[in-house]
Design a protein around this ligand. Structure first.
Ligand code: GUN
Length: 642
């Protein structure tokens, strides 16, 4: 799986099948070979790249079976794109046992030319006992193991485990390490049918974060537009949907926020393929089959329209904002959203160091956005390290992007105080004023809003045992002796936040020179011994390191901290400034933050280059296609240009 864009766990990715590439996130419409409502060919026009059908149904029907064996599944379905086949697991869950073995049904899928084949996994129901669910996990794993390897068609190995977090984790780990190259999350249809989205959130998180992040993840049955965005936010890449037909048969229309009955609407929405062609009343009077067909078209359009919006949001890195908006569409969705926030520390691990989009602050709920986890933890550590008097700069005494008032600087430079900014109901160190998301945010805060230290969610309990004053209660004498330099403290604090506590002193020792932009007055380059060690980015206030900076960090930190270790096939290229590809990585620090600068070293820990990691530490060892580190400074890069 190749990653094109990411926003936390959500990703726009691409993988290759025998019948072409699939770009995710996407939905595979379910096609019943006995009962074509919309032809797979027509589905392409709605945006379907691939479809899913059921090999069990095909195999049980003599005509379909003979046709599929003779001409192949693509001819049978009259579709030249990727086709996934399911195995009959769902039928065995609904009707009891099926008459084929796991090996037989996979062999059949292979012989009809399926692109993504599925084992006959054991469906673990939400109301299974722990022992039943454990058996489902172990038997499903045994069944993937018994399938012979075959290059070409992909093999889907579903993650089971019912509602038990440890079983989902175990199943996710087992499947992630197995020969499965496609990972559906199974056993969730009853939860989707009951709108039990909060339990589903737990299941997706436990399955997704514990499995092989380099393989596509599919949510079996998860094709309702209401929940798509949340599932993608949690890292689901693919969905299958029978809902477009099921709802159509019941006279129901899908919308991005829910569904409506055909008898209850005045008109079709503008985006519907039925808009301007029919009135709802006309459609409702049609014969059942024709009515189902028309409504199914509307429903497919709703699904793919929602997917387009989700992809746009991943590009913009605003998917969290979108699920926050959508969560208000229904109380059950809101409950699911809150459950997502309960998992914020797990999700935070996958967040990039900064986003293109500003942080949106609405109310205290926004404080649970995983994008704040690092800032909160750092502010906490900052105060823990500096147990001393604190002065709070209230929200109306400073403005993001505007230089701090002179008296605040004077106070800072002449006193060993914690100066903390009141920021979205959190207290954050003033040194981070330009760092994402402190500067890059939009807030609903207004000046008549009263906040009190007791209300602060962040570090209040840590600063309280010491003296805490508001800026207005502090006497400021501009003639006092200077005891620290704000710019120096700022660059060190930002470096501590970015690379770990202590990095600031290592990168920017006493005597370093800070240069500023002439036009903006903001810090630009930091030089040590006449050489640039780092540049502060205008975009997010973090540092881009040079190899001089990288070498300082490498000498001061134990292997493999902050490092991406490459094999000898890659080392020479990286030393000359070429990007690092996943497949050459030998080892990587698990705590690398996506989007942060990393040290590219060889197996003897010699620095080759410094660059930006495209993914988080754990992901670095899972992917095998694409660029892992975008190198921006390399040891020998000058030789290229000489
Ligand atoms: N379709 C819906 N749920 C499942 C599942 O758990 N396994 C398989 N194979 N197909 C499904």
């Amino acid at each position: 799986m190749e990653i094109i864009r990411r926003d936390g766990l959500a990703r726009i990715g691409r993988f290759t099948t025998l019948h072409g590439k699939v770009e995710t996130p996407t939905i595979l419409p379910v096609v019943n070979p006995n009962l074509l409502v919309i032809t797979p060919k027509e589905m392409k026009k709605f945006g379907a790249q691939a479809i899913i059908t059921n090999s069990y149904i095909i195999r049980r029907n003599a005509t379909l079976r003979e046709n599929a064996l003779k001409n192949g599944i693509h001819s049978l379905m009259d579709f030249d794109g990727p086709i996934m086949t399911d195995s009959g697991t769902f039928q065995s869950y609904v009707y009891g046992d099926v008459e084929y073995t796991n090996q037989e049904i996979v062999e059949f899928q292979r012989s009809i030319g399926s692109d993504i084949t599925t084992i006959l996994d054991i469906f673990s129901k939400p109301d299974d006992t722990y022992d039943q669910a454990k058996n489902a996990v172990m038997e499903t794993f045994r069944r993937i193991e018994e399938i012979p390897e075959l290059s070409g068609p992909m093999l889907a190995g579903p993650i089971q485990g019912s509602i038990y977090p440890d079983l989902r984790k175990e199943s996710a780990e087992l499947m992630g390490r197995s020969k499965a190259d496609y990972l559906p999350i199974g056993g969730v249809v009853p939860l989707l049918e009951n709108y039990n989205y909060d339990t589903l959130v737990d299941i997706i998180v436990n399955s997704r974060i514990n499995t092989n992040l380099g393989k596509p993840v599919h949510l079996f049955g998860g094709g309702h537009p209401m929940f798509l965005a949340m599932a993608v936010y949690l890292g689901v890449d693919l969905f299958d949907s029978a809902s477009y037909v099921k709802y159509a048969r019941d006279g129901r229309l899908l919308y991005p926020e829910g569904s409506r009955d055909i008898t209850k609407i005045r008109d079709f929405p503008y985006w519907s393929p039925l808009f301007g062609k029919y009135s709802p009343m006309e459609v409702n009077k049609l014969e059942k089959q024709e009515k189902t067909e028309l409504l199914a078209r509307h429903n497919l359009a709703a699904l793919f329209m929602e997917l387009d919006e989700i992809k746009e949001r991943i590009h913009e890195e605003t998917l969290f904002n979108y699920i926050q908006e959508k969560s208000r569409a229904h109380p059950y969705l809101y409950r699911a959203f809150r459950r997502i926030l309960d998992h914020r520390d797990n999700i935070a691990y996958f967040q990039d160091i900064s986003k293109k989009s500003p942080f949106f602050y609405y109310d205290s709920m926004s404080l649970l956005d995983p994008v704040l986890s690092r800032l909160r933890a750092f502010s906490m550590r900052y105060v823990e390290r500096n147990r001393r008097e604190t002065v709070i700069v209230p929200a109306d005494s400073w403005r993001p992007g505007v230089p701090l008032k002179k008296e605040i600087l004077a106070l800072y430079e002449s006193n060993p105080l914690n100066v903390m900014l009141e920021w979205c109901d959190l207290l954050v160190p003033v040194e981070l004023e330009e760092t994402y998301p402190v500067e890059q945010h939009l807030s609903s805060w207004h000046s008549d809003q009263k906040t009190f230290i007791e209300n602060y969610n962040s570090v209040a309990f840590l600063v309280k045992p010491y003296e805490v004053r508001y800026l207005k209660d502090v006497l400021i004498n501009p003639d006092e002796e200077i005891m620290r330099n704000f710019d120096l403290e700022k660059i060190r604090t930002v470096a501590d936040f970015q690379f770990g506590t202590g990095s600031g002193l290592v990168l920017f020792p006493d005597g370093c020179v800070i240069t500023k932009s002439r036009s903006t007055g903001r810090i630009r380059n930091i030089l040590s011994d006449g050489k640039i060690t780092g540049t502060m980015r205008t975009m997010d206030g973090f540092f881009t390191l040079t190899t001089e900076g990288g070498e300082k960090l490498r000498l001061a930190t134990p292997y493999p901290l902050g490092r991406v270790v490459v094999n000898s096939d890659s080392a020479e290229y990286n030393r000359r400034g070429f990007n690092v590809f996943f497949k050459f990585i030998v080892e990587a620090d698990e705590n690398i933050v996506a989007g942060n600068d990393v040290l590219v070293v060889d197996e003897n820990d010699r620095l080759l280059a410094v660059g930006k990691s495209t993914v988080s530490g754990k992901e670095l060892s899972f992917y095998d296609e694409g660029v892992a580190v975008k190198v921006h400074h390399a040891i020998n890069s000058h030789q290229e240009t000489d």
